[in-house]
Design a protein around this ligand. Structure first.
Ligand code: OFO
Length: 166
């Protein structure tokens, strides 16, 4: 049986993952309104992926005999200063998530909760990918600068993202 303190911490991370989903969905809506369908598609898939992350926490809490408690979510920002600002925010957000996962891992380690440690290892690897992807897109956008043709090409490339497992 999982401890109360670790259950609370996992519920908090469940909320963070749901917020991530909420944030990327808001970013998707913004990109759609800016005639950037490829960016919008990428963000929408990212939002779905984050919901999948949230459900992994949901299932792990229940599987370990803990109680899932859903908290209210903060409102994500809805106005952005263009694609670079969006990916700067996305990268900063993922870096924050990485440190929260690492903190959770340390807590599971301190409590000698081995199954939660194994569960969190998937997220530790996933965060390497998440940060790398956001940072690569951000660098490409910075290189493109004000070049509209380059922006359209990036939009097309992001629009080709396939759903996870597809
Ligand atoms: Fe973006 O990886 Fe979950 O939050």
């Amino acid at each position: 049986m999982i401890s109360h303190s670790l259950t609370d911490a996992l519920n908090e991370q469940l909320k963070q993952e749901l917020y991530s989903s909420y944030l990327y969905l808001q970013m998707s809506a913004y990109c759609e309104s800016q005639n950037l369908p490829g960016f919008a598609h990428w963000m929408r898939l990212q939002s779905e992926e984050e919901r999948g992350h949230a459900m992994k926490f949901y299932d792990h809490i229940l599987d370990r005999g803990g109680q899932v408690v859903l908290a209210s979510l903060p409102q994500p920002p809805s106005d952005y200063q263009g694609p670079i600002a969006i990916f700067e925010l996305a990268l900063g957000h993922e870096q924050e998530i990485t440190s929260l996962i690492e903190q959770l891992y340390r807590q599971a380690e301190a409590e000698q909760d081995h199954s939660t440690q194994v569960f969190l290892q998937w997220f530790i690897s996933e965060q390497v990918e998440e940060e790398k992807t956001a940072s690569t897109v951000l660098e490409t956008l910075r290189m493109a600068g004000d070049n509209k043709v380059a922006l359209l090409m990036i939009d097309r490339e992001l629009g080709a993202r396939a759903a996870a497992g597809a």
